[in-house]
Structures are given as C-alpha cells and as structure tokens.
Design a protein around this ligand. Sequence first.
Ligand code: AMP
Length: 283
Amino acid sequence: MQITRSVVETRAALRHFRRAGKRIGFVPTMGALHDGHLSLLRAAKQKCDAVIASIFVNPMQFGPNEDFSKYPRTFELDCGKLQAEGTDLLFAPTTDEMYPTGTSAFVDVQGVSERLDGKSRPGHFRGVATIVSKLFNIVQPDRAFFGQKDAAQVAVIRKMVSDLDLPVEIIVCPIIRESDGLAMSSRNLYLSPEERKQALVLSRALQQVEQAFRQGERTPQCLRSTLIEVISHGSAAQLDYAEIVDPNTLLPVEKAVPGSLVAVAASFGTTRLIDNLVLPSAE
Ligand code: AMP
C-alpha cells in the first residue's frame, strides 16, 4: 500500500491508476479504524478496481469544546488494517497540507446542514462538506463510500453532490454493530465499562421502534415517545435528539413510512453517540 502525505503526490499516484483505466473507489475516514470502516473498504474493493482511503482528523468539523484534541489516533494499527483489506493507496495529510493558509472558502449545504447533528453541532456539516469536497477534488473518485451510521452526513453529502453536479457516485453501506447491538464508532473507545453498558439503550430503543412500526404504528409522536422512554428510563443518557425524519431533507415526517429515518443522539458521560434505523417495508 502506497502512503501519500501531500496533494501533489496523491494526484501523481492517482494519474497512474486512471491511465490504467481503473475505476477509483474512495473511503474517507478519520482513522481509529473498526469493522464499520472496513466494511466500506470491502464494498469499494468489490465495486471498483483501485481502493483509496484517507485518514484525516478534520479540525474544521469539530466545535471549540468538542473532542478534536483527544480524538483517537491509531495510525500504525490503521495502516495494518488497510493493508490487510488490499487498499491501494492511503492519503494521510497533515492539517497544514489541507489548510495551508487557514481557511477562506467553504462548502455550505444550507438547510440539511442545520438539522439533527447540524443543529446540535453548529458548523459541523460545513466542515464535513468542505473537507469532503476538497478530498473529492484531490482524489476524483468514480465512487465514494459512506456509512449509514452517519445518516445526516449522508444527506448533506448527497445534496452537495447533486447541487454542485460533482461527478461521483455516492454509495451508502449498512451500519455495522457489535454483537450486542451497539453501533461501531471510534468514539466507543471513550466509554467506561458502565457507560458502554448504558449505551445499549440506543440500539434497543431503535429496535422497539422498528417493532412498533411493524405492528402498525405510524404516528411519529408515538414512535418518538418510545425512543425517548427507552433512552431516558434506566440509563444516565443525556438525550440530544430523537426524531423521525425524511432521510433526504432531515425534516420531521407527518406520518412514518417505510424508508423514514429514525435517528437518535445521546451523551453518556462526555461521549456523544449517534445511531439510526431506516423503517422497513412490510415483509
Ligand atoms: P469516521 O472515521 O467516523 O469519519 O467515519 C468514516 C466513515 O465510516 C463514514 O462514512 C462513517 O459513516 C463510516 N462508519 C463509521 N462507523 C460505521 C459503522 N458502525 N458502520 C458503517 N459505517 C460506519
């Protein structure tokens, strides 16, 4: 696996793949890789001829009181995992390489960026949209792979790609969970054993909503109450949001239907976790 640190080097390496007629698959990450990330790499391997990953902890998407400085950085371990998945190239730039003169241009996807996580984390999705468009311009992938785990991020990226006519196909891969249901996240590393146990209320709440939906419940208020009850009772979780929304606009729905997004965010101690579920069609 080739590792590049600069934009110039990365572009030169990619020219080589492109000349060979390879379809380029791209998996952007912030590192501290787990099986969720690896599932994206596997999907890219399946659907493309060359797999490019990036690791960059993007300061622009963290708020002033968020976890940028303590975000887990496990570069050597990550390289081993990427290599084992057959990744062709890893782009791992420094902050100076990505923002050499500070920042003056932004990509702002208005509307969706102010909903769900964007509401609780002002400026977060401006940081995400800006870095992802920079990475797209550097890598120029045919396909880029994102996790459904970050459902609001998916909505922002899809809207950006569509509104700016970016020539990339966005592929969204399912949420990978621990065996007990907890959605995998690099931030799970922060949880104490007690918080780790409590964090299971998120997936449990989503499962109960799915069950209620399968039994015919369609009222968003009722489904929300289930979420709030399960999350708030019997755990020290601090609920941030629990919403039933349209997966593209992230606006609340009037009636829950197959395809509606059930999204939750809550803090356990100082660790904020998110999880979600797309309501199923009848079997
Ligand atoms: P991050 O390193 O947190 O920026 O995540 C990089 C990519 O991995 C994003 O597209 C995430 O949505 C995706 N991802 C993170 N956790 C999971 C998971 N548990 N299952 C599937 N994809 C995930």
